[in-house]
Ligand binder design. Structure first.
Ligand code: FE2
Length: 394
């Protein structure tokens, strides 16, 4: 008789740079109060907490929005010399900080700095009688930083996930009318799947090396301009992986083509300063999610109907992957489909969220595939070019 082997306990890393979660993603915006309404109405976020003049913040106003395990922090400066005001003037609304929860923010920051990161802000403890939150930040590409966050007492991540306060100084938003509506009509966004950094020509490899040296990320995939080019424009991309299933960060750089790369269009509207091109939110039912987002008025990139003439031959024929969602509904909702040897994925991209053609959102639903929809690149980029041309930026 065979004896069952004992199951080894799961290894929990105690390394300082073991990232336990995406603590939050902070956006600098021109008007956080109004942006909170937009993300609540368009994407179904709960507007849960605020830190502003009424709670003692004299320099910035911030709103914490939540959906699933996504925490968005919208921050606006209250005076022109505040960094949020200055950055919005230069780069428009966009992602400032991709913050990671760690066991000890001070140790994580010290290790990152010793591995070559440039400090953005030194370790600071924010505490009161209920607990403490320690934050420390490093610069990454362009305008963006990574903040390490460690939480204690009532501010622990577990408490935060079950409705606890974000950090000392924050208060719960009372009676925000869209919160009840969003609970009744959920959009189903569950977590941040990946986010993409746009960097300048020739800078991709330097940032790939940085994520490897500083944060211990590994190269997951590499797409060159042969993969991501149309007749007119091109880019190159390398995907960095945190290694724990937590997050992937593709780094894009423009490549030479007959017309302007979409990455260069982005950089033209940020004074050539790198930043986050898109945030991808994962859902578990793409049809429900996209249907609800469309009902709420979210504007998605449009692909020609001819896309659907070929997609089933490619995914189900050539790649032998059965897509179990209703094919007609997928076409009606304009969702894109791709497959690889691990399974398939459904994805769709919004138009830019603001007048500058910069940040947009991707909705992604994974059915085994851990990739990024390489089979959709050409159709997608031709659509993006049509939009660039409409904006006079091709
Ligand atoms: Fe993406």
């Amino acid at each position: 008789m065979k004896t069952a082997l004992p199951i080894a306990p799961a290894k929990i890393s105690t390394a300082p740079l073991a990232l336990s979660d995406i603590d939050h993603v902070r956006l600098y915006v021109g008007n956080a109060r109004q942006a909170a309404f937009f993300y609540a109405q368009a994407f179904g976020f709960q507007v849960e907490q605020h830190h502003d003049l009424t709670t003692g913040s004299r320099s910035e106003a911030s709103y914490l929005l939540r959906q699933g395990n996504i925490r968005l922090l919208l921050t606006t400066g209250l005076h022109e010399h505040q960094p949020a005001c200055q950055e919005v003037a230069k780069y428009g609304d966009g992602v400032k900080d991709i913050a990671f929860t760690v066991a000890d923010a001070t140790k994580a920051w010290e290790q990152a700095v010793s591995h070559g990161a440039h400090a953005a802000s030194e370790p600071t403890e924010h505490s009161d009688a209920h607990g403490s939150v320690t934050t420390a930040s490093i610069h990454t590409f362009g305008r963006c930083v990574h903040t390490f966050v460690s939480r204690r007492g009532d501010y622990s991540l577990a408490r935060l996930k079950s409705g606890g306060l974000f950090m000392p100084g924050y208060a719960r938003v009372k009676d925000f009318p869209l919160n009840a509506y969003n609970a009744a009509y959920p959009c189903g966004l569950e977590c941040v799947d990946h986010l993409v950094g746009n960097v300048g020509l020739g800078a991709m490899n330097q940032w790939v090396q940085w994520y490897s040296d500083v944060l211990g990320f590994k190269l997951f995939k590499h797409f060159d301009d042969k993969d991501i080019s149309t007749e007119y424009s091109a880019l190159m991309s390398k995907v960095m992986d945190s290694g724990s299933g937590l997050i992937k960060i593709p780094i894009n750089e423009p490549a030479a083509g007959r017309a302007k790369s979409q990455v260069q269009e982005y950089l033209d509207f940020t004074n050539n300063v790198p930043g986050v091109q898109h945030l991808a939110f994962r859902c578990n039912d793409a049809l429900e999610t996209v249907s609800e987002l469309r009902r709420r008025g979210v504007d998605f990139l449009r692909l020609p109907d001819t896309y659907y003439d070929k997609v089933w031959d490619r995914v189900e024929g050539e790649l032998h992957t059965e897509v179990r969602e209703d094919h007609n509904r997928i076409k009606e909702l304009g969702i894109l489909v791709d497959a690889d040897d691990e399974g398939y994925l459904l994805q769709l991209f919004t138009m830019p969220l603001q007048d500058r053609p910069t940040l947009f959102i991707e909705i992604i639903c994974r059915r085994g595939s851990q990739s990024f929809g390489k089979g959709n690149f050409r159709a997608l980029f031709e659509s993006l070019e049509r939009e660039q041309a409409r904006r006079g930026n091709l």
